[in-house]
Write a protein that binds this ligand. Structure first.
Ligand SMILES: Nc1nc2c(c(=O)[nH]1)N[C@H]1C(S)=C(S)[C@@H](COP(=O)(O)OP(=O)(O)OC[C@H]3O[C@@H](n4cnc5c(N)ncnc54)[C@H](O)[C@@H]3O)O[C@H]1N2
Ligand code: MOO
Ligand SMILES: [Mg+2]
Length: 404
């Protein structure tokens, strides 16, 4: 079997050549967290929509204060949600609550802490009153019609607040395809089974399913034995029903690593197999006649993790018109790495007192050591053209954990 042993950069280019334009769907706002917005959100009104009182207290006409007045008869009270009142006499005041509309003819708000109120009259206790204080002016954040959230954005609470504020009970979002994730291998048993001494639980696929969910993709788990005809039969079925297929294991050089030949027998076009990197070297990527994308991740748990975050994430974000950004961090330890491969090195982030972020390398015991993933936050991407990476040098870092 000929292998196309390509560089990391070339692998990204080939993934880029296979990006998709996902369809859109309308989704209830309550279900939109994590979804990718497929419409621009504009301000339907000014933000804020009226001159909004920001402190509980009284509203006055500043000219009255300027001309020496320090006592204001209370004309009325304006709770939040009540229509705008008019200050009838410029020497009086209106009691106003945070969130109410500033009364007409008033232009300055004084908080209760700076007042004492007796017999319906507010007495000023402070001299430091400034014109227009404690008012959030109409349109001062965004004008009506302004672009508030651009399409493409993955929706978090901040954007969902905006959608609600501009009156969108549902949003147009990208409809991402469902995926299937196959574990492969006769050594694997399910999570609720007791493995024999020579067996392990099929852990990989659970983590992958969880990551996909964070990225907005639903998936089901399936298992394939190391048996060619059964693999071919099951995969043929899923190629018809799914647009994204993941596999873990069965892509390297072992006698029972049947996946590449099974996929090719099913006329899945291989875009590449094997990348000049560690871990994750045996990664296989291709497209089926149906257009389905096949991400065959190496079986070792850290390798499958790396390839999911490095390659699938890149393909997904590119398909959504988004960049995959790295954080640049300082290396906290010297690393020597001789092979002519990109090294995705597990590392833990540490915040420095000089305001920079640094990464403590945690090499672990190789690509089978997935216990180590719990201690790290992501991968340093150490380039192929170097062997010595010195303390203090800066390298890109790919997170798999947002909170650390
Ligand atoms: N002669 C060579 N052998 C190997 C090479 C090589 O270049 N030449 N590459 C090594 C590298 S690198 C990797 S990575 C692995 C990849 O192997 P496969 O993709 O074929 O995966 P398997 O052989 O099926 O399994 C490898 C390893 O991972 C465990 N595994 C598999 N699936 C799961 C799962 N769902 N959950 C947890 N663990 C899983 C499996 O039990 C094996 O221990 O090949 C090297 N060999
Ligand atoms: O490169 Mo493999 O992916 O280390 O274990
Ligand atoms: Mg193998």
């Amino acid at each position: 079997m000929d292998n196309i042993f390509i560089t990391y950069q070339r692998a990204l280019e080939l993934l880029e050549s296979q990006i998709e334009d996902f369809p859109t769907e309308s989704k209830a706002l309550k279900d939109c967290v994590g979804a990718y917005l497929a419409e621009d959100l504009h301000a339907d009104r000014d933000f804020p929509p009226f001159d909004r009182v920001t402190m509980d207290g009284i509203a006055i006409s500043f000219s009255s204060f300027e001309s020496g007045r320090r006592q204001f008869k209370i004309e009325a009270i304006s709770p939040a949600g009540s229509p705008q009142l008019v200050l009838q006499n410029p020497d009086n005041c209106i009691e106003v609550m945070t969130g109410t509309i500033v009364p007409e003819k008033a232009d300055t708000v004084i908080r209760y802490e700076d007042l004492s109120i007796q017999n319906g009259v507010a007495h000023l206790q402070s001299e430091t009153i400034t014109h227009r204080q404690s008012i959030h002016f109409k349109g001062s954040d965004r004008a009506q019609g302004a672009l508030m959230v651009k399409k493409g954005r993955q929706l978090s609470s901040a954007e969902i607040n905006i959608a609600a504020a501009v009156g969108k009970p549902s949003l147009l979002v990208k409809k991402l395809p469902d995926a299937v994730i196959f574990s492969t291998g006769d050594e694997l048993v399910d999570v609720d089974e007791s493995p024999e001494i020579h067996q392990i639980r099929r852990s990989n696929v659970y983590g992958i399913r969880n990551t996909l969910k964070e990225w907005g993709i639903q998936s089901e788990l399936q298992h394939l034995p190391d048996e060619k005809s059964e693999m071919e039969r099951v995969i043929a079925k899923y190629l018809k029903s799914h647009q994204i297929l993941f596999f873990t294991g069965g892509v390297s050089k072992g006698k029972y690593d049947f996946l590449p030949e099974v996929l090719e027998a099913l006329q899945v076009k291989r875009l590449f197999h094997k990348v000049q990197q560690r871990p994750g070297k045996p990664f296989w990527f291709g497209t089926a006649l149906t257009g389905a994308k096949i991400f065959a991740l190496p079986g070792n748990p850290v390798s499958s993790f790396v390839c999911l975050y490095v390659y699938f994430q890149y393909w997904l974000r590119s398909s959504l018109g988004l960049n995959l950004n790295f954080q640049y961090v300082k290396l906290l330890d010297e690393i020597s790495f001789k092979p002519d491969l990109v090294y995705f090195l597990e590392a833990k982030l540490e915040s420095q007192t000089d305001g920079t972020l640094a990464a403590l390398p945690l090499p672990g015991n190789g690509s089978g050591d997935f216990a180590n993933l719990v201690n790290a936050d992501g991968f340093l991407i150490l380039p192929q053209n170097k062997t010595l990476f010195k303390k203090g040098e800066v390298y890109p870092f790919l997170h798999y954990r947002q909170v650390f």
